[in-house]
Design a binder for this molecule. Sequence first.
Ligand code: Q0N
Length: 337
Amino acid sequence: MNHLNVLFLIHSSTCVDKISPLVRIVFELNELTVTTKPSDPILLRTDFPDLELHASGKVRDVYRADSERLLFVATDRISAFDYVLASGIPEKGRVLTQLSLFWFDFLKDIVPNHLVTANVEQYPEPLKKYAAELRGRSMLVIRANMYPVECVVRGYLSGSGWKEYQQTGAVCGITLPKGMRESEKLPEPIFTPATKAASGHDENISFDEMVKHVGTVDSETLRKLSLSIYQKAADYALTKGIIIADTKFEFGQTANGVVLADEVLTPDSSRFWPADSYSPGRAQLSYDKQYVRDYLEEIHWEKKPPAPALPDQVQQNTSAKYVEAYRLLTGRELPRG
Ligand code: Q0N
C-alpha cells in the first residue's frame, strides 16, 4: 500500500447552503479518496550494531564502510539554539543529502569531492541490509585526511562575524569598512576560518593562525577554493531567490589531492535567506528554521536541556521549507524516498 486514504466525512448536521461548491461535491459523494505523498518515517538516530561509528554530530552519523570509505548518513534531527530538539523534521536528511549531491556536481569543475556513490545498490555488502534507512539520505565517501579547520566564507555580516565586527571592526583579522549594519552585504566575500574549540564551539581564527595549523601552501589553496566555490554557488542561488549569507566547507587530503568533504551548501552548513525579504539593519528571517525559532521563543524555552519537542504543524511547516529550498535551488522535485 503506497498511499494514504483520507476520508472526508461531512457531519449530518452541516448546513448544505453554507458550504462551498467544492465541499458540496464532497458532501454529495459523501466520501473522497485523496492520494497524498507518504512521508518516510522520521529518522532520529541510526543504529547499525555491526558497523563501526567513525564520528557523529548533531545531525550526521558517520560509519566506517571499509578500509578506504565511510558511510555518511544525514538523519532528520534538527538543532536550534545549539541543542538537538526532541523531534525530527520529515524529509530533512534527504534534503541535506540531495542538495549536497546537487552542489558536488555543480562544483565539480572547481574542486573534486569525497563522494563515491549515493546509490545504495552500489554500497559494500555489509551496508546493504540497511538500504531502507539509507536510501536517499546517505553517501558512500572516500576517507580523507581532514584539515582541522572549518573553511567559512561570508558574503554578508551576520552571526559571529557581526558580533566580532561590533567589538573590533574586523572579522578574523580582516578589517571591514566602518559603520556596517547587521546583515549588510560585504564589499567582497571574505574567508574567515574557524577551529573546533574544546567547548565544541567554533572559534574564529585569523588566516595567520590557520597557517600555523595547516601551513601556508594548504591555507592558501583552501582559501582560494573556498572563495571560488562560494562565489559560484552564491551567484547561482541568488538567481533562484536565495541569498547564501555565509557557509562552511570542510576539506580533506586524499591520494588524489584536496577534496571537498562533508555536506555542502545546505541550510545546516550555511545561512540561507529569502532574497525577497532581505533588508539590512536587522537579523534576517531564516529560510529553514524560522518556524522552529518562533515556536521556541513563544514557549519561552530557556535554551537548556531538556530540549523540547515540536508540534506537528511546526514540523510540517519546517519540512516544507527544506523541501522548497531544494526545489528552488535545483529546479527539481525532491526524489522520493
Ligand atoms: C569526517 N567529519 C567532520 C558528522 C560530520 N571524507 C571524510 N573522511 C574522513 N573523515 C571525514 C570525512 C568527511 N566528510 C569529517 N567527520 C568525519 C564532519 N562531521 C561533523 C559531525 O557530523
